[in-house]
Design a binder for this molecule. Structure first.
Ligand code: LLP
Length: 428
């Protein structure tokens, strides 16, 4: 089910016409579909019946409180990587006992905060972190349930910047060293080692590398149990890919079957940290055409969204579909165009060589599959205002993050106390 479809020649989010939102909010804006979120969460959850799984939505993919709450209301927990994300999850209504704290560089303050909130699990990624957590936990008179995140040295076959399971990546504890670290963890005060965690990368479109990694995890759990550890939980991370172009990512059912084959015999409770697959296809970025510029070598469709609003194309050469909000008629003349933003960098290009109809200033375009790693990665580069976010449900829409004002932007800075308004002031 795609929540973004044309009705009477106009792109809709569920039952709301995109131009109606644009008229109320201005452009650019992100638009998320509740039905899209529900459908993705339910498809994933239904693949793991019998309450054998906890789905901890990876908040980093889209941290809007309204998005997290939509998923939390369906039963989702949260995977967080900072105190800020933990606060977002808690504020959105995720119960602490469904929160997992991941990340290679958690500060001591963040670890203490997590312990006082009583979250379900902290995934430890190094021995120094384990020692620090033990100290903090013992001082607070707590016991930290931990997962040890292992690095299985498996190539996830995705973009190198989002690959995390190779030995040369900074993540996790080398799997060959995991038994020794588990033994150490058992002896440390304030630590209860309960789980093995693994996450090898993102936008994975083939099950093969996951199967290999989970096979290594199964071997490790056998060894740990033989060593006397009672491992009854596994955290299998996130990483399932979505369709941006012509990918054919595995279905949740195929993913679940592979997990049953590799890990089912261990009879563990499973935790997952899916991000992109929950929200990616449930969001679009809507932008207006500023100019249709006929360059000497190329046609450039210049839009009012830019790389600061959606970084993925410039950061990872990522493909995103671009669809005119007014449906292109069958007999329309199409020509090859690049879709670019106003930022002063050639990297500010959303798409190259797309067959585009003629467009006029003010026409709306939708950049597709932008719900994950879109708004969360936005910045104010070029002193552009952070892009607002809108959530649709049936025939209603709500602004779930408003566009800031220019005063908001300027007021983030302040002058040093030795500066005055004089044009030619000198420091004496
Ligand atoms: N768990 C851990 C420990 C992670 O590092 C990540 C993603 C996830 C879960 C969620 O992975 P997902 O299910 O979304 O693939 N900004 C990049 C993606 C970065 C992913 C980082 N870690 C992009 O736009 O493609």
């Amino acid at each position: 089910m795609n929540p973004f479809v044309y009705k009477n020649g106009v792109l809709h989010a569920e039952d709301v016409a995109i131009p109606d939102i644009a008229a109320a909010v201005g452009t650019p804006f992100y638009c998320y579909s509740t039905a899209g979120l529900v459908q993705r969460y339910t498809a994933f959850a239904d693949a793991f019946p019998h309450n054998r799984a906890t789905i901890c939505y990876a908040v980093k993919a889209n941290g809007n409180l309204a998005v997290i709450r939509t998923l939390a209301n369906l039963g989702a927990g949260a995977d967080v990587v900072s105190e800020g994300e933990m606060r977002r999850a808690l504020a959105a209504g995720v119960p602490p006992d469904r929160i997992v704290f991941s990340g290679v560089g958690k500060s001591r303050d963040e670890l203490a905060f997590a312990l006082t909130q009583g979250i379900a699990q902290i995934n430890v990624e190094s021995e120094p972190e384990l020692e620090a957590l033990s100290e903090i936990s013992a001082a607070l008179n707590r016991t930290a349930a931990i997962g040890l995140r292992v690095n299985p040295d498996v190539d996830a076959e995705t973009h190198e910047k989002i690959s995390t399971g190779k030995a040369e990546n900074k993540f996790g504890i080398d799997i060959s060293h995991a038994r020794a670290v588990f033994a150490r963890a058992r002896d440390l005060p304030g630590i209860d080692p309960v789980s093995v965690a693994v996450h090898i990368g993102s936008q994975i479109t083939d099950l093969h590398p996951l199967r290999t990694a989970f096979g290594h995890v199964a071997t490790l759990v056998d060894a740990l149990r033989a060593d006397g550890h009672s491992i009854d939980r596994l955290d299998l991370g996130g990483g399932l890919g979505i369709r941006y172009d012509d990918e054919t990512p595995p279905t949740p059912a195929a993913y679940a079957m592979m997990i049953d084959e590799t890990l089912g015999r261990l009879d563990c409770h499973l935790m997952f940290e899916p991000g992109r697959v929950m929200v990616g296809e449930a969001g679009i970025l809507v932008t207006s055409v500023l100019y249709d510029k006929a360059g000497l070598a190329r046609r450039f469709v210049i839009v009012d969204a830019a790389m600061n609003d959606l970084l993925r194309p410039s950061m990872y050469d990522a493909y995103h579909g671009v669809a005119p909000v007014r449906e292109t008629l069958g007999d329309a003349v199409l020509s090859d165009a690049d879709i670019v933003g106003p930022v002063c960098e050639t990297g500010d290009t959303f798409a190259r060589h797309r067959a585009m109809p003629m467009v006029d200033p003010g026409d709306l375009l939708a950049i597709l599959s932008a719900g994950a790693y879109g708004a969360v990665m936005a910045s104010t580069y070029n002193a552009r205002l952070l892009v607002p976010e809108v959530l649709v449900k049936d025939d209603a829409f709500a602004v779930v993050r408003a566009r800031p004002t220019y005063d908001d932007l300027l007021n983030m800075d302040q002058f040093a106390d030795w500066q005055d308004l004089g044009q030619n002031s000198t420091v004496s």
